[in-house]
Design a protein around this ligand. Structure first.
Ligand code: ADP
Ligand code: MG
Length: 146
């Protein structure tokens, strides 16, 4: 599993761009970037890098209270970026209540999920796992399987 140490926010965004450029549409179903790691570990910052790589102009913030935000993409193989923050969810069944199965059925969706730990049991085995670890104020260790 590749392990990268980033020394500032921008390096985390650059890694996000590299990872998003490696993704292609799956034959069946949405593509999921499943982010793991504590508060402040860099999950939303990484998501901002993904959004920039996909040409999203608006600022991405953590959808902690709304749970889910959907961004339409222009001139991309994925048609939508769906940013989900499972921080306030207790289990995967909470995600199912939000219509997750419909989102999952569409291969043109790219789903980026924060707090994967909370909903892991309902996710398909094909998720792309990305682990964030806080090392010190500006340093993060990021492990991923893409
Ligand atoms: P999370 O979504 O995991 O709670 P955020 O991305 O919202 O985390 O917050 C990460 C914070 O850490 C931001 O304030 C960011 O500027 C800061 N930071 C410092 N160094 C890094 C780094 N190497 N990678 C990502 N974020 C960093
Ligand atoms: Mg966050």
């Amino acid at each position: 599993m590749p392990k990268v140490t980033t020394n500032n926010l921008n390096e985390t965004k650059v890694l996000a761009k590299e990872i998003v450029n490696k993704l292609g549409l799956a034959a069946k179903g949405a593509t999921i970037l499943a982010l793991f790691g504590d508060l402040g570990a860099g999950k939303t910052s990484f998501t901002q890098g993904v959004a920039e790589a996909l040409g999203i102009a608006e600022t991405i913030s953590s959808p902690t209270f709304v749970i889910e935000k959907i961004y339409d993409l222009q001139n991309q193989s994925f048609h939508k970026l769906i940013h989900i923050d499972a921080y306030r969810l207790e289990s995967g069944s909470d995600l199912l209540k939000l219509g997750f199965m419909d989102i999952l059925a569409d291969e043109t969706n790219l789903i980026i999920l924060e707090w994967t730990e909370n909903v892991l049991e309902i996710l398909p085995p094909t998720i792309n796992k990305i682990n964030f670890k806080f090392v010190d104020e500006n340093t993060r260790e990021i492990n991923y399987e893409i």
